[in-house]
Design a protein around this ligand. Sequence first.
Ligand SMILES: *[C@@H]1O[C@H](CO)[C@@H](O)[C@H](O)[C@H]1NC(C)=O
Ligand SMILES: *[C@@H]1O[C@H](CO)[C@@H](O)[C@H](O)[C@H]1NC(C)=O
Ligand SMILES: *[C@@H]1O[C@H](CO)[C@@H](O)[C@H](O)[C@H]1NC(C)=O
Ligand SMILES: *[C@@H]1O[C@H](CO)[C@@H](O)[C@H](O)[C@H]1NC(C)=O
Length: 458
Amino acid sequence: MPSSRKSFAIKCIIAIAVMYLCIHVLSNTGASQAIRQLQQSGRNLAALDPQQNVEPLVVEPVKEVYNVEATKAVVETTQKPQVSVLDKVKEITKCLDRPMVARVQQRGDYWVLYNYVMPEKTFKCHESITYTTHADYSFMDNLLPLLDKWRGPISLALHAPGTDFKNTLDSIAYLRDCTDSLVKEYVTFHIYFSTKHVPKEVPRHNHVFAEPFNCSSSPPFANVSSDQMYKSQKKLLYPVNVGRNVARETAQTHYVLPSDIELYPSPNIIPQFLEMIADNSGPLLSKNPKVFPLHLFEVSANQQVPDSKTKLKEMLANGTAVPFHKKLCPGCHSVPKAKEWQTANETENLRVFHVGKRNGKFIHWEPIFIGTHADPLYDERLSWEGKSDKMTQGYALCVLDYDFLILNKAFLVHRPGIKVYKKDQKRAMLAARTNQLIKKIIFPELKVLYGVRKGCAV
Ligand SMILES: *[C@@H]1O[C@H](CO)[C@@H](O)[C@H](O)[C@H]1NC(C)=O
Ligand SMILES: *[C@@H]1O[C@H](CO)[C@@H](O)[C@H](O)[C@H]1NC(C)=O
Ligand SMILES: *[C@@H]1O[C@H](CO)[C@@H](O)[C@H](O)[C@H]1NC(C)=O
Ligand SMILES: *[C@@H]1O[C@H](CO)[C@@H](O)[C@H](O)[C@H]1NC(C)=O
């Protein structure tokens, strides 16, 4: 007996040593060098090469661009679902309201200022859908075009380490005080930073803005070059999944659309989606857990984002619109029955076009979908730079046998500018390391936690 216990102990020690080695090798060799160089290569959140391909958005004082009064009228008439619809949604989802409360809390290696700047409107869980997203301040120019399309609650988590914090606060102030009133009405801002990069000063949440912002200064988020940013100076990675999770967890509504801030939705999704939920027929009655993927597109830099499926079809026909990342990573975003979707005419009501699964040809699909708080979250060890940041969630959805109820006329369009493939050796190196991390460490964990199912992969 003692000898078998001894050999067990030896096995344990060997196993621990091997694990230690793995982690050590993964987290060290050359990675920091790669990260450093990567950080110097420019704006790098959701686009690989924006400088070259994407026209800067014009950020003008919004009074001219967005007519606030006209906006209100549209919101009143087209965005508000009927009371009977909302009652049904409440009955069907049996959702619980989620209060919006400011709090400061640690989350792994990060401090998070949850609900740091809150909007005027709050929502009961059945009343809307929350667009949940993440960014740093240099991407905040996307908020206005996004709001213009969405006209509903947005939960935005901002990465703001060190001196980026001040610029982030100024950007929030500018957007709230100097642009469209929709910002004050609908957007909740959360802020997070590493415990190693705490800003010098952090105002209490109800004293963030002592006085109105001077609107004659230029928007603090316009024309930010990467070397101006603390994040780049300190060679930090972008902790994309911390932001994604913070934004999603704090959403007040039962339904959420976790997305990237540069992806603008087609109009009227909120009332039409809730009507579909209230109608509660067809594939909605299935017992499987469900999410509702949206088709993704890119349009040429000189084009407007299409405001209907009919317009989108015209743009696909003349080549000014293409499916998302068609040239970059077709496997990641191709959607089941995509050809049929593109040829199908726009219908009056929003409905489910097709029920897909994340398997077979779509085993590596990274869908963006309307889901709920019940869906698996994102792995916070993965960074934007290392890629594959949504793959572990995809695996969990597959094992849990989710139905992917693809919507027939709702879609997302990336901020204008079509991406082309550009070789980036540093990012490729980081991506290779991330793949190792997923394969050797995260995937075995997922198998323990969620189990396995034939046809599922990360
Ligand atoms: C606002 O900024 C403008 C331009 O920077 C400056 O001329 C003006 O004096 C400022 N106004 C106030 C009230 O500080
Ligand atoms: C940003 O840069 C563009 C092009 O260089 C310039 O036209 C624009 O005026 C700048 N915007 C601001 C707010 O500085
Ligand atoms: C393509 O179609 C769209 C939508 O009808 C239109 O706005 C655009 O001008 C067309 N572009 C070309 C190059 O034909
Ligand atoms: C789709 O719409 C076009 C243009 O309105 C029309 O010509 C075509 O017949 C429609 N197709 C179907 C299958 O209804």
